[in-house]
Design a protein around this ligand. Structure first.
Ligand SMILES: NC(=O)c1ccc[n+]([C@@H]2O[C@H](COP(=O)([O-])OP(=O)(O)OC[C@H]3O[C@@H](n4cnc5c(N)ncnc54)[C@H](OP(=O)(O)O)[C@@H]3O)[C@@H](O)[C@H]2O)c1
Length: 500
């Protein structure tokens, strides 16, 4: 059915141009005239897709992990016990969740939603027997030895049960092999700042659509009309502030419930409003939830709905925007066989990337020496204080080892980092990795924090436990690839495979 001519709505046309900053100054002038505040340009997702939860974010290593993750463009969520202290320490770029790993009821699904990796830097509180003062606190233990004691919770509760609670709370969120990009089941509140409408009004048509949060989904719905030679409705993200990298993934997975119609998902690695786009058509099943996989290899390069024969492939390292569309047309004038003018509705629960290599999703900062208390052939005189004083410190290393075990047994891809004595020395030094729990030495908290961030991007660090210390007499930065290359996966876990 072809509809006739209807009056064209220039107001909506201008709104679209303004929303997407198609004519940059126009948007600014309109916002000024309408008295709207300037958009801060913070369009999700952008940069890294991952939301990383840092437990122990107020600690010596944890605060540095947070800082480094923020600098790399991760979205950081911090599990803290004192929100005011944490805010003062960590700044306002991180989300704070108040919780306590010894109290599993505080490790909520809200805190875990969207999280794609956890870095755990928690520790039982150890302080000098004489009391904690700024010039004698535990951060100076690496410089000068003070007789330590445990204060507050026991090592069993923090180092073992706490870590176990945290990893168990994370399992449902970390055992998928896909990476979340948009999770409308737990959306950030700025959906209207990210997704906007692009209907055929931009070409004189009168179709009308919108996107709204309904239940745990985003509902793309409206009315598509062929009047005025129109025939499409769509919603598109504004360009991500920093382009998204999907390098290493095979494609996009949409979880959708539709109405039996055929839709398009469009990806752009060209920041221009009207440049080359990469499109994929997919069919929905009326009133049924389905997972639609969109392999990057099957994306069709297009300019509007015309296919481009000689287009370079999509640049997966620079993805600027996504678009969902219902159109009368397929490509090059072909008609969409499932198109009917009139109302339509497509619910979207999530947009994920699939097919990436498995990378560590739970990083635990443990300690060198955890297997040494009671080990045959150990000369305690030569061991670091934590090993010598393990019994006096409530079995701290013994419980740390049990905490490690709970991570190894969880089924989540993990890395367990066992630093030697931690120091406050600034900067990242050359490092030595070892396995088998035999090395002694020291390493800066800055180095360990950087290491935590590095392993998140390292498939070779998956299901690996290793010790780390500073290489003496070298001012070279760590050669990350070489260091990770030498690591062996933990024997009983090296055949781990993720499930979707
Ligand atoms: N010190 C060393 O020489 C050495 C050597 C090897 C390995 N390590 C290990 O390296 C890791 C990092 O050390 P660090 O010096 O950065 O530790 P840290 O400064 O003592 O920080 C510990 C963090 O854990 C948090 N925490 C403690 N109990 C908690 C609970 N029940 N729930 C939630 N958070 C809790 C603390 O929060 P609050 O701020 O609220 O207290 C703090 O943020 C630890 O596992 C440590 O054992 C240390």
């Amino acid at each position: 059915m072809v509809e006739g001519n209807r009056p064209w709505d220039i107001g909506r046309f201008l709104q679209t141009l303004v929303y997407f900053d198609v004519i940059p100054c126009l948007g600014w002038v309109m916002r000024l005239l309408q008295g709207h505040e300037e958009n801060d340009g913070k369009n999700e997702p952008g940069g890294k897709m991952q939301v990383v939860l840092v437990a122990g974010a107020t600690g010596g290593v944890g605060k540095r992990v947070v800082q480094r993750l923020v600098e790399r463009g991760y979205k950081v969520r911090s599990l803290v016990r004192d929100a005011d202290r944490a805010r003062a320490l960590l700044g306002d770029k991180v989300e704070l969740y108040v919780g306590d790993i010894t109290k599993p009821e505080t490790l909520t699904s809200k805190m875990m939603a969207n999280v794609s990796a956890v870095v755990c830097c928690t520790a039982v509180r150890v302080q000098p027997v004489e009391g904690d003062t700024p010039d004698r606190d535990k951060y100076y233990q690496g410089v000068k030895f003070y007789q330590p004691e445990i204060v507050g919770d026991t090592p069993e509760r923090v180092e073992y049960l706490g870590v176990k609670h945290l990893v168990q709370a994370a399992v449902p969120y970390l055992s998928r092999s896909t990476e979340i990009i948009f999770d409308f089941a737990a959306p950030s509140k700025d959906l209207p700042d990210i997704w906007g409408v692009v209907d055929d009004v931009v070409m004189g048509g009168v179709s009308e659509s919108g996107i709204h949060l309904v239940g745990n989904t985003a509902l793309f719905a409206g009315n598509v009309s062929t009047a005025n030679s129109g025939g499409f409705a769509s919603v598109r993200t504004r360009n991500f502030e920093s382009p998204l990298s999907l390098t290493g993934y095979d494609g996009i997975e949409l979880r959708v419930k539709g109405d039996g119609k055929r839709y398009k998902f469009i990806i752009r690695s060209d920041p221009r409003w009207d440049g080359t786009a990469f499109s994929y058509s997919f069919d929905t099943i009326d009133n049924s939830w389905i997972d639609v996989r969109i392999p990057f290899a099957q994306l069709v390069p297009v300019f509007r709905a015309k296919t481009l024969r000689d287009s370079p492939p999509i640049d997966l390292s620079n993805i600027y925007s996504f678009q969902l569309m219902l159109s009368k047309f397929e490509y090059d004038g072909e008609l969409n066989p499932k198109f009917e003018p009139g109302s339509f509705a497509l619910q979207v629960e999530s947009i994920r990337a699939y097919g990436g290599m498995t990378k560590p999703k739970f990083v635990l900062v443990s300690s060198a020496g955890v297997t040494r208390p009671g080990r045959a052939g150990i000369n305690l005189e030569e061991e670091p204080p934590a090993v010598r004083l393990n019994d006096q410190l409530g079995g701290i290393l013994t419980w740390k080892l049990k905490g490690e075990d709970s991570v190894r047994e969880s089924g989540v891809p993990y890395t367990i980092i066992r630093p030697c004595a931690l120091t406050e020395e600034p900067g990242v030094q050359a490092l030595i990795f070892d396995q088998g729990d035999n090395i002694k030495g020291k390493v800066s908290r800055d180095s360990v924090a950087e290491l935590c961030v590095q392993v998140l991007e390292q498939p070779k660090a998956c299901n690996v436990t290793f010790e780390v210390k500073q290489a003496q007499g070298s001012d070279r930065l760590p050669q990350w690839e070489q260091l990770f290359e030498q690591l062996q996966p933990d024997v009983s876990f090296c055949n781990y495979e993720t499930t979707t």
